[in-house]
Design a protein around this ligand. Structure first.
Ligand SMILES: NC(=O)N[C@@H](CC(=O)O)C(=O)O
Ligand SMILES: [Zn+2]
Ligand SMILES: [Zn+2]
Length: 428
């Protein structure tokens, strides 16, 4: 017995059309896609005209396990992913211990098999303990199933170490995923360096702290032939650098978060300066930077949306602004936020936005997902494009509450998510 999804509207990623479609799922695969599929002998769900999209992929998520289970676990983080329509997430290695050995890569896969509500693909660290002192055994990480290497949370300060990591990664065909931050320029900043930080008297992180590192790493990627993937791009100069790298035909790709696409540094000015729920790294920057990120997403310079889902405890986020940790949760609201703010306002077509959540990340990281077709893994999400709901922490599956979007009314919520043929989220 299979599962038949009746009366859905499948989004055509080429034309943008929504076409009346039924889908039959058998085991973990899509068995049939047609206008009408006979439901008898199968379990059936009536989709009532809702949109059928490929399950989303998020290549930048902090699941916090092992070591920071008070912030999040693989169980709660992947449940949040499923609620957000995600069927694949790539998790960052800045856990405790840091994911810097093949055993720990194995631990992520094993724990996901027991407790996960989506496919989890781990990154391994570039340096042991993310301390920037000694390279990990990158080949062993890859052999254990690491899908890329990154020291996310901190930038690799040593250029020679990054060069060596890229040489090795290039020989292994493994992406090098960069948190670009020059610590000397970023110093002890807690928000964007600019008019608002000056007005509030808070130490700033200049956009330059990001873009100089991206410039360095683009040069290193050209020299070594490595695939460089730029995390959470936030600054106009950074977008120009990635555009330049692409124009040279380099293997350079990039992601942007919903918050860098939608917010400006004024969120810290408008609210209480002490509210650390507005604090994230890289910081929210100026309208000029936001526009540059949006333009980069629209013209293909930026390949994909990634949430940088970074849960922290309420206690940690109650600390004074300068000492509280950086980070926002994002998995459960990423798609509806961008659907509401960018699609409904006519700034991007629905199918173009969906590509940034599906086929694009799948292609960049060579993951066999992101397309609804017969024979493919049954990863999909059913989205209600009409109903408007308010972002409330009571509905969160994540342990985190740290988002600047609380109280916002948005449309485009997932109502059913299926990962490898299994229902992982059902809402209304
Ligand atoms: N983005 C953040 O503000 N925080 C991330 C680290 C990171 O992504 O650099 C975290 O791990 O909390
Ligand atoms: Zn980062
Ligand atoms: Zn991150």
């Amino acid at each position: 017995m299979g599962l038949v999804l009746k009366n859905g509207r499948l989004l055509n990623l080429e034309t943008g059309e929504l076409q009346a479609t039924d889908i039959l799922i058998a085991g973990d695969r899509i068995e049939a896609v047609a206008e009408q599929i006979e439901a008898s002998g199968h379990e059936a769900i009536d989709l009532q005209g809702k949109a059928i999209l490929p399950g989303f992929l998020d290549m930048h998520v902090h699941l916090r396990q092992p070591g920071f289970e008070a912030k999040e676990t693989i169980e709660t983080g992947t449940a949040a992913a499923a609620r957000g329509g995600f069927t694949t997430v790539a998790c960052m290695p800045n856990t405790r211990p840091v994911i810097d050995s093949p055993e720990l890569i194995g631990y992520i896969y094993e724990t996901t098999a027991k407790e996960g509500s989506c496919t989890v693909l781990p990154y391994g660290a570039i340096t042991k303990g993310e301390l920037g002192e000694e390279l990990t055994d990158i080949a062993a990480l890859k052999a254990a199933g690491a899908i890329g290497i990154t020291d996310d949370g901190v930038g690799v300060q040593s250029s020679s170490m990054m060069r060596e990591a890229m040489r090795i990664a290039a020989s292994l065909d493994l992406p090098v995923v960069i948190h670009s931050e020059d610590e000397d320029l970023a110093k002890d900043g807690c928000m964007n360096e600019g008019v608002v930080s000056k007005r509030l008297g808070l130490p700033g992180i200049p956009g330059l702290a990001e873009s100089v590192m991206i410039a360095r790493d683009i040069l290193l990627a050209e020299e070594t032939g490595a695939h460089l993937h730029v995390c959470h791009i936030s600054d106009a100069w950074s977008v120009d650098l990635v555009r330049y790298a692409k124009s040279r035909g380099l293997k350079v790709t990039a992601e942007v978060t919903p918050h860098h696409l939608l917010l400006t540094e004024e969120i810290i000015d408008r609210t209480d300066a002490q509210d650390a729920n507005m604090k994230v790294n890289p910081p929210i920057r100026t309208e000029k930077d936001r526009q540059a990120c949006l333009r980069g997403l629209l013209d293909g310079t930026i390949d994909m949306v990634a949430t940088d889902h970074a849960p922290h405890t309420e206690e940690e986020k109650k600390r004074p602004f300068q000492t509280a940790p950086f980070g926002f949760v994002g998995l459960e609201i990423a798609f509806p936020l961008l659907y509401t703010e960018l699609v409904e306002t006519g700034q991007i077509a629905l199918h173009e936005l969906v590509k940034k959540f599906t086929i694009n990340p799948a292609n960049v990281f060579k993951i066999d997902r992101g397309v609804i077709a017969v024979g493919n893994v049954a990863d999909l999400t059913i989205v209600d494009l009409e109903a408007e709901r308010t972002v409330t922490v009571e509905e969160f599956k994540t342990k985190g509450r740290n988002t600047p979007f609380l109280g916002k009314k948005i449309k485009g919520w997932s109502v059913l998510t299926i990962n490898q043929g299994r229902i992982t989220y059902r809402g209304n």
